[in-house]
Ligand binder design. Structure first.
Ligand code: ZN
Length: 198
């Protein structure tokens, strides 16, 4: 990339470290930004920095939020006795978009994957068990239908068995290996409505 001067090359290099950004996209982004008004660039970089500085885990559900408790957990109108377990905050957003789920969530931040050396202690399972000491009517396991997601679902089901809490799994209308965030709302709703007892 020696045909670009140092600072331009560095910018392209930074962008190409981001997920899904190849060399071509990195160049396009860098040149787009170099043509933007300085004020807009300042706002963009400030927004990114502020979010990184302030965003943390919700103390109840562990989703990413910029306050101690996320807006869903802080909402008294939500059913706090129904907990949907998802792999990450993007899955939570996918279910929120359906506007049909009024329970709360628990974000694991990953899934069990022996292949990648990710075990039960590496995701937020202990925190889920702690939450279940309060009154809970149902735990809906909405991990992805990938191998890792299914492994995690089975592990949680086994963990919950002795608690006697109703444990359900979303229907497999969700395509195998499908990332929840890419599935349309109708499919998600159908998966939720068709959930089965574990
Ligand atoms: Zn929360």
């Amino acid at each position: 990339m020696e045909y670009f001067s140092k600072q331009i090359s560095e910018m392209i290099d930074e962008f190409s470290r981001l997920p899904g950004i190849g060399a071509k996209s990195a160049q396009r982004l860098a040149f787009h930004i170099l043509h933007m008004p300085k004020e807009d660039v300042k706002r963009l970089s400030q927004t990114i920095y502020d979010a990184r500085e302030n965003v943390r885990f919700c103390k109840e559900c562990f989703t990413l939020t910029d306050s101690e408790t996320c807006p869903i957990c802080a909402n008294p109108k939500r059913n706090h006795r129904q907990i949907m377990v998802v792999e990450d905050s993007r899955d939570l957003a996918a279910y929120e978009k359906t506007q049909k789920y009024d329970g709360v969530y628990h974000v694991l931040h990953g899934a069990i994957s022996p292949m990648q050396g990710i075990g039960p202690a590496d995701i937020r399972l202990k925190e889920l068990m702690t939450r279940l000491q309060a009154d809970v009517d149902e735990v809906i396991i909405a991990t992805n239908s990938s191998l890792e997601g299914e492994t995690t679902a089975m592990y949680i089901a086994k963990l919950l068995k002795p608690t006697g809490i109703r444990t359900t799994r979303i229907a497999s209308g969700v395509p195998v290996g499908g990332d929840l965030e890419y599935i349309d709302e109708v499919t998600l709703l159908r998966a939720l409505e068709g959930r089965t007892e574990l």
